[in-house]
Design a protein. Structure first.
Length: 411
């Protein structure tokens, strides 16, 4: 990967030089810039069954996002500060993902530069970004399910050619939600490795949308992803959406993660149908794992928080264990009488889990969510999330999350 590193370093240095020159010339770098502040108050409480310590924390997050314009319509930069202050969190009750859990069992806040990147336009329909960023692609994505999101150090190229969206990603470091800094991905031999992903999508005139992606961490892991969705218009304004997700993962050599093993191979298929009628949505989803428990993170969730896009990946469980079959029933509803108020509930059940003692495991999760977006205060919302889990593969739990979000434009 020496050539890639050298090329990337040269590109970043060249971009930085151009940026400084453009700034000095006053050529528009700051004419179209923006700065926003996002405040997130996050309360997390997970009651676990006997023998497992409960987890509880309350944190106040601040995220500052700056986006520059493009100097000479060519180059710019973005930066984001992530910071979380501890409001409450006792020793021994960590593991919430809201605050850091220290080696002595105490909990604490953190601050980091979550994003810092140079962006370079490549013609009218393409762009190159290099630095720290928050990714959102099927095989490489950063979770935003707690106080702040995870992030990735990468080079990413995107473009649209004749209606086809294409992207490529190369990454050597990541930072999980509560880490202070970015850390290298490390295989089971202790060697650092890099991840490369290519992908794209296309939407046909009849509504059919396709996505494809392939990723590889050399000598560690390979993943392939396919998604197809198709809307069917019904009478009375109703709509039926069919959605398919398929993942294939396999070990890629001696550096394969200890969490999966050198003989790891797995296929995960998820098929869902969603009926939209007025303010309601009704969803049925089926998911099957053929082979080992699916590994979606490139480094076993040490620093990379990439997750599944499948419908059965829910609040706590992913229902992706070895040979697991699962189904889900879900209802979403927007209250017309109370603008801004929405409700969601789902029940997901998994069976036929392959276990080392030759028995079959099972599990279920029930989720309920209420969200209110304030109508007279733009950017302010309140969300309550509740989940119950019963499983033969992990501890049982009952969980509540209360999340207050407020985003304002500073510039």
């Amino acid at each position: 990967m020496q050539f890639k590193r050298t090329a990337i370093t040269a590109a970043v240095l060249a971009s930085t030089t151009l940026s400084l020159q453009a700034t000095a010339a006053g050529s528009g770098l700051f004419e179209d810039d923006s700065l926003s502040a996002s405040f997130r108050t996050f309360y997390f409480n997970r009651d676990k069954d006997s023998g497992n310590a409960d987890s509880e924390a309350l944190g106040q997050a601040l995220r500052l996002d700056y986006q520059s314009g493009y100097a000479n319509d060519l180059i710019g930069f973005d930066a984001s500060l992530f910071s979380v202050a501890k409001l409450s969190g006792d020793r021994g009750e960590g593991g919430t993902g809201v605050l850091q859990t220290n080696t002595d069992g105490s909990q604490s806040g953190y601050t980091k530069l979550g994003q810092a990147l140079v962006k370079l336009k490549l013609g009218e329909n393409a762009e190159l970004r290099a630095g720290r960023m928050v990714l959102d692609t099927p095989l490489f994505n950063d979770s935003d399910s707690r106080a702040t999101s995870s992030a990735t150090q990468a080079v990413m190229a995107t473009g649209n050619f004749n209606g086809v969206d294409l992207y490529g990603i190369w990454s050597d470091k990541g930072t999980s939600k509560t880490e202070d800094d970015f850390e290298s991905y490390t295989d089971n031999t202790g060697k650092d490795f890099e991840v490369a992903v290519i992908g794209g999508g296309y939407s046909f005139d009849n509504g059919l949308a396709l996505q494809l992606a392939y990723g590889e961490a050399d000598n560690v892991l390979q993943q392939t992803y396919v998604n197809a969705s198709y809307p069917v218009q019904l009478s009375g304004g109703a709509e039926l959406v069919l959605d398919l997700h398929h993942y294939h993962g396999e070990a890629d050599g001696a550096g394969a993660l200890d969490s999966v093993g050198s003989d790891y191979e797995s296929d995960l298929t998820n098929l869902a149908a969603q009926l939209k009628i007025d303010n309601a949505k009704f969803t049925l989803s089926w998911q099957n794992v053929d082979g080992d428990e699916y590994e979606e993170s490139w480094d076993g969730f040490d620093h990379d928080d990439s997750g599944l896009s499948s419908w059965n990946s829910v609040q706590r469980l992913d229902f992706d264990r070895a040979n697991e079959q699962s189904w889900q029933a879900r209802v979403d509803y927007d209250f017309a009488a109370v603008p801004g108020l929405s409700f969601m509930t789902r029940y997901t059940r998994g069976t036929d889990i392959r276990r080392s003692d030759a028995t079959e495991g099972k599990e279920w999760e029930r989720d309920v969510e209420l969200k209110y977006s304030f109508q007279n205060i733009e950017g302010l919302s309140l969300r309550l999330r509740n989940a119950s889990v019963r499983s033969s593969e992990t501890y049982n739990s009952d969980e509540n999350r209360l999340i207050l979000n407020y985003t304002i434009a500073v510039l």
